[in-house]
Ligand binder design. Structure first.
Ligand SMILES: C[S@@+](CC[C@H](N)C(=O)[O-])C[C@H]1O[C@@H](n2cnc3c(N)ncnc32)[C@H](O)[C@@H]1O
Length: 530
């Protein structure tokens, strides 16, 4: 038993808990703990409200924020919410001698809507969900906040919206959340709300080399809000290391004044529809002239989603085992790592096939073949037909209609986007997106080789970078629409001589000579702003 819990100003309690509990349990409840120095910096924002009497910790865990606050100020009343009874029992024991902390074993999203607080501080759980599995929460939000949410979101944004609603006059709120919502479609509504409520004051993007949260693959941002009328401006800051946390101290001490006017925007200047990385990250596209949206030349669509790769994918030996003839199988790239080079041709496909890689999908629609039928019955025995995707298809084993695309692009990347020229003309699963060139339109038509040569360059990667979603540890993801909305150089502005030179280098590259740098040089000469 610990008598003075507020003096535990490190992560020892969280570390002991993590050692004693399985990772599965922690994942189930999204139990990733805030490093104490970050919790302490956030607590200073809350403590900056000189009328601070009541504090809410909506996702209590082991009360790291309560400890940080109590360490600086003892006479506050704190209420905490927690849904997991294991961590709740643990926290209760630690805080049993701290009378002004009241922890409730209740779901924050369904309780306490009527109460207001002078300070709300939180590292909320991150769970993606669609409206079909969490209709009730969305309804709760819609009724109380009078705003309509779209089908896909993440629980942490809903926690944030609710907390902003629960701020008393001059109340302050500090949240640490994945940066994802700043740059994703589901974040638009939250950003709209942050602007409309005029409560957003600071967005502090944490760009640490290492992950902030031990096991969660995510980058984080600290969102500071205040329900006062002291300013109309929002500042974006970037911090690269724990040492940089002193920047937050500065921001807090000087509030509402700003020590510098860099990355500061009026509410009227903030656009909820765009990726907010434009406000805190240097945009590479501004270094170039004559840019057009990628969608001018091509369209990106996600690869085939089967609903059960285990059931639908086939290697040669699996086809043999179930006596499935190749005429019922669709050649398909099933794993991103099976493609090693920028060109994928029929010979590469044959090689994968010989090596017994999964390179086929069951293509059973309209088949009367008895072996195919018995494989389908086997799938039904395993209830593959009742999965989310298969249940909505007719028949359940039909494949999405998606013709092979001439170019693939990798979804997850560590070193910039990877484009592949699909010379084998085969299909692909979701580890690659399909890139289809637009064939109509007077101005939009483009030679596939010229286009692909461009996609291989560092210049193209640099400009695409503006649209990437960061996942921490250098991992980046691109959704199809991130690419459709990305900018590319307008290759139609090139003169015939430059086009010819690019195509000549491209031919050499195909023969194994690494001369992409030369193509970059031509692009820089033609498009770089001076
Ligand atoms: C990301 S952890 C943060 C814990 C702690 N506040 C910290 O920062 O170290 C989120 C916590 O919220 C709890 N939780 C998950 N869903 C919840 C809900 N709907 N209502 C209240 N707590 C919830 C989890 O069990 C977990 O302890």
């Amino acid at each position: 038993m610990i008598a003075t819990i507020e003096h535990v100003i490190n992560n020892s309690i969280e570390n002991d808990y993590s050692k004693s509990i399985s990772i599965e349990h922690r994942k189930k409840f999204a139990q990733f703990f805030t490093p104490f120095p970050i919790a302490d910096a956030m607590s200073k924002w809350i403590l900056g409200n000189d009328q601070l009497k009541s504090v809410l910790e909506p996702a209590f865990g082991l009360g790291i924020f309560s400890r940080a606050i109590l360490n600086h100020k003892k006479d506050v009343y704190i209420k905490g919410f927690e849904v997991d009874d294991t961590i709740f029992d643990n926290a209760k024991k630690h805080f049993e001698n701290t009378e002004n902390v009241n922890i409730l074993l209740q779901d924050y999203m369904y309780n306490d809507w009527k109460n207001k607080y002078d300070g709300i501080i939180c590292n909320p759980p991150y769970f993606k969900f669609h409206n079909y599995d969490n209709k009730n929460i969305l309804k709760e939000i819609e009724t109380n906040l009078k705003c309509k949410l779209n089908g896909f979101t993440n629980l942490y944004t809903l926690f944030l919206l609710k907390s902003i609603h629960q701020l008393s006059k001059n109340g302050r709120c500090a949240y640490i959340v994945p940066s994802e919502f700043l740059n994703s479609d589901y974040g638009k509504l939250v950003k709209k709300h942050l602007i409309k409520s005029k409560t957003l004051r600071h967005v502090i993007v944490i760009d640490f080399e290492e992950n902030v949260f031990d096991d969660a693959l995510t980058t984080a941002s600290i969102i500071l809000c205040a329900n006062d009328n002291l300013t109309q401006r929002v500042k974006f800051s970037n911090i690269q290391s724990l040492q940089d946390l002193s920047k937050i101290d500065n921001i807090i001490t000087n509030y509402p004044n700003l020590s510098d006017a860099k990355q500061v925007y009026d509410f009227s200047e903030l656009n909820p529809e765009i990726k907010w990385k434009a406000y805190y990250q240097k945009q590479n596209s501004i270094k170039f002239k004559n840019l057009v949206p990628f969608s001018t030349y091509a369209r990106v669509v996600r690869g085939i989603a089967t609903g059960s790769n285990e059931f639908f994918t086939f290697s040669s030996s699996k086809a043999k085992e179930y006596n499935i003839d190749e005429q019922h199988l669709l050649p398909c790239i099933c794993s991103a790592k099976d493609v090693k080079r920028a060109f994928f041709n029929l010979q590469d496909f044959e090689e994968l096939k010989q090596n017994d890689k999964s390179v086929f999908l069951l293509n059973a629609q309209n088949s009367t073949d008895k072996n195919v039928n018995s494989y389908i019955r086997k799938g039904e025995g395993e209830e593959i037909n009742k999965r989310f995707l298969t249940a909505s298809r007719k028949p359940w084993y039909s494949l999405e209609k998606r013709p092979p695309s001439p170019i693939w692009v990798s979804v997850f990347n560590r070193n910039g986007l990877r484009f592949i020229r699909n010379e084998a003309n085969i299909s692909n699963l979701t580890s690659y997106h399909c890139v289809y060139l637009k064939e109509s339109g007077l101005f939009s038509e483009i030679d596939v080789d010229l286009f692909f040569a461009y996609l291989l360059t560092d210049t193209a990667k640099l400009i695409f970078q503006d649209q990437a979603r960061e996942y921490g540890n250098g991992l980046q993801k691109f959704e199809p629409n991130d690419l459709n909305k990305a900018m590319i150089l307008n290759l139609n502005c090139l003169d015939n001589d430059s086009v010819k030179k690019i195509l000549d280098f491209y031919k050499l590259y195909k023969q194994g000579i690494n001369c992409i740098d030369e193509i970059d040089k031509i692009l820089i000469k033609n498009f770089k702003m001076v």
